[in-house]
Design a protein around this ligand. Structure first.
Ligand code: HEC
Ligand code: HEC
Length: 503
């Protein structure tokens, strides 16, 4: 599943990445750098909103009516031509692909194994996906909750492939890197994901309690015999799509500066160096729950391949995630049409989807000047949430796309990995991310989650039904921050949540 490329310098991908890293912001003049330092300094006055705080994605922020389409709008900085491309990308993101052969030749090639027919099926209205019901009586199929499948390294050669970035992790020999619970007619599906939740009660200061739901996973109706005896599961919920191009435009030096500093509570983030499939070289991982992909374009191509079984120039197999142990999978027709090019999703269409995925706008904040929201913001700083959820950056002046250049943005993430404790651990490592580490989730737009998808939930596997539950699951490096929230008065906790809801 991971992009293969020439092995980087001996000594592994970490050294190679660190050696090639841009340590200085050489996109800025000395004057600009001074201004950037000023505007990105931590807040110290909580009596009023900071300048520009309302526009959390800089000039790219949108300010429309708040409704369920709020995550689906183009960045305000897009040109007329950019908007036209965005609209074309939008229809591809929404399009339902069909299996081959079919009469609609430009839309076929789905599968043979797949998780969903469209990007939108998982990224609901460009927001996060839905986990199958917490209600034990409800038995819908998991779509937006992907199950990654990993097995331990067998020998030194396996380990070398991981250390050099050739592989992100070792996959199940029969089922591959993720469970596909759908397939084209005539081919068995890989299995069905069953989830059970065990309620855990947490007592909070002030006499309140919260109930956390701890998930356990089982795979039933295995279509291709047993899985590897040591297979490990890593569930991943589809993430919101807003602001991704701006995150790509955050300067590497700003991210690595955070990784180089130990913060209060002993918190220190870690970079995930991965291979950029376009260059074959190590690059800083920024996307996905474990920061396993360096660019939006690469993750989008991975999604076409693994989630839908569609070939692109970056991942040219027409058979997606079929493995050698599933020979019947390779006998089915594919959707590449000689007159349309070699790939089921030709390069031009892939580029439109990638452009679209980098330009979904972040909405303007609400209630930035409200006294309770400001009180919550102060608590967010005092509880040391900001050690990981780093509030602000100014994007690169020389970012690849003009619409992402030199914007003051407020994503509330350091894009780095942190040990989050046993409660959230999945035991699966991906690149340098260990089985206990996750990338700090960006918080911009988080207050509009349920406006966009009323059934959406939080954290990498969607186990948190409320923002408070998401906080209470924090452990490991975030244990002290979490404990401060448990110790707050009920009013303070409500203010902290009000602040998150205003993002
Ligand atoms: C079967 C469900 C599913 C489908 C279909 C799907 N995605 Fe995703 N997407 C996910 C999941 C799950 C993640 C997080 C993966 C991880 O953490 O490893 C994700 C992550 C992403 C990210 C990174 C987001 C971030 O904040 O880091 C991008 C970009 C993305 N998907 C684009 C796409 C595109 C484009 C398509 C269609 C070509 C698509 N996805 C189809 C489930 C899906
Ligand atoms: C040590 C770093 C760290 C600290 C400190 C921290 N977080 Fe997080 N936060 C994370 C990581 C990593 C995730 C993703 C965890 C996962 O999905 O398993 C996360 C996820 C979240 C989410 C859910 C986001 C989503 O998209 O599902 C919320 C809400 C959140 N944090 C709020 C807070 C608040 C409030 C505080 C302070 C009380 C805090 N965090 C402190 C690292 C941190």
């Amino acid at each position: 599943m991971s992009p293969a490329g020439p092995a980087p310098a001996p000594g592994g991908i970490v050294q190679a990445g660190a050696a090639a890293a841009e340590r200085q912001r050489n996109d800025l003049s000395a004057d600009d750098l001074k201004r950037v330092r000023q505007v990105t300094a931590p807040a110290d006055d909580f009596s009023k909103a900071e300048p520009f705080e309302l526009m959390q994605a800089g000039a790219a922020t949108v300010k429309p009516l708040i409704n369920a389409d709020i995550f689906s709008l183009p960045s305000a900085t897009l040109t007329f031509e950019g908007r036209q491309r965005f609209q074309m990308g939008n229809s591809l993101f929404r399009k339902d692909w069909v299996s081959s052969p079919s009469s609609t030749q430009a839309s076929d090639g789905l599968g043979p194994l797949f998780n969903a027919r469209s990007c939108q099926a998982c990224h609901v209205k460009d927001g996060r996906g839905t986990v199958p019901g917490f209600d034990p009586m409800e038995r819908t199929d998991a779509v937006a909750l992907l199950m990654r499948l990993a097995v331990p390294a067998r020998d030194a050669d396996d380990q070398r492939r991981i250390d050099t970035g050739e592989l992100l992790f070792l996959t199940d020999p029969v089922y591959g890197s993720q469970l596909q619970n759908f397939s084209v007619a005539g081919l068995p599906t890989e299995g069905r994901l069953e989830i059970e939740y065990e309620p855990i009660t947490v007592k909070l200061n002030g006499g309140e309690t919260a109930t956390l739901m701890k998930p356990t996973y089982r795979i039933e109706n295995l279509g291709y015999g047993p899985m590897h005896p040591q297979v490990q599961f890593s569930p991943r919920l589809a993430q919101p799509m807003i602001g991704l191009g701006l995150l790509e435009a955050v300067h590497e030096a700003d991210i690595l500066a955070n990784a180089a500093t130990e913060k209060r509570d002993g918190i220190r983030g870690k970079a995930n160096w991965v291979i950029d499939a376009r260059t074959g070289k190590p690059a800083l991982g920024r996307f996905n729950w474990k920061a396993s992909q360096p660019t939006v374009a690469q993750q989008s191509a991975v999604a076409f391949s693994n989630d839908m079984g569609l070939s692109t120039p970056m991942f040219p197999s027409h058979y997606g995630e079929c493995t050698e142990k599933q020979p019947e999978c390779f006998k089915l027709p594919h959707g590449a049409q000689p007159h349309l090019g070699e790939h089921e999703v030709p390069g031009e269409l892939m580029d439109l989807v990638a452009d679209y995925s980098t330009n979904l706008a972040v909405p303007q904040r609400r209630d930035v000047d409200d006294a309770r929201v400001l009180a919550g913001k102060k608590l967010f700083y005092e509880a040391n949430c900001v050690a990981c959820h780093v509030p602000k950056y100014v994007t690169r002046r020389d970012a690849e796309r003009p619409e992402h250049r030199f914007q003051l943005i407020w994503p509330y993430t350091d894009l780095l990995l942190h040990d989050m404790g046993d409660g959230l651990a999945d035991g699966v490592s991906e690149g340098q991310a260990s089985g206990r580490e996750w990338r700090t989730a960006p918080l911009w737009g988080i207050g509009l989650t349920k406006t966009v998808n009323p059934n959406a939930t939080w954290l990498h596997d969607g186990r948190a039904r409320t923002l408070l539950e998401a906080i209470l699951w924090h452990g490991g490096q975030a244990q002290a921050a979490r404990d401060r929230v448990v110790g707050m008065t009920p009013d303070e906790r409500a203010d902290l949540v009000r602040f998150l809801e205003s993002l």
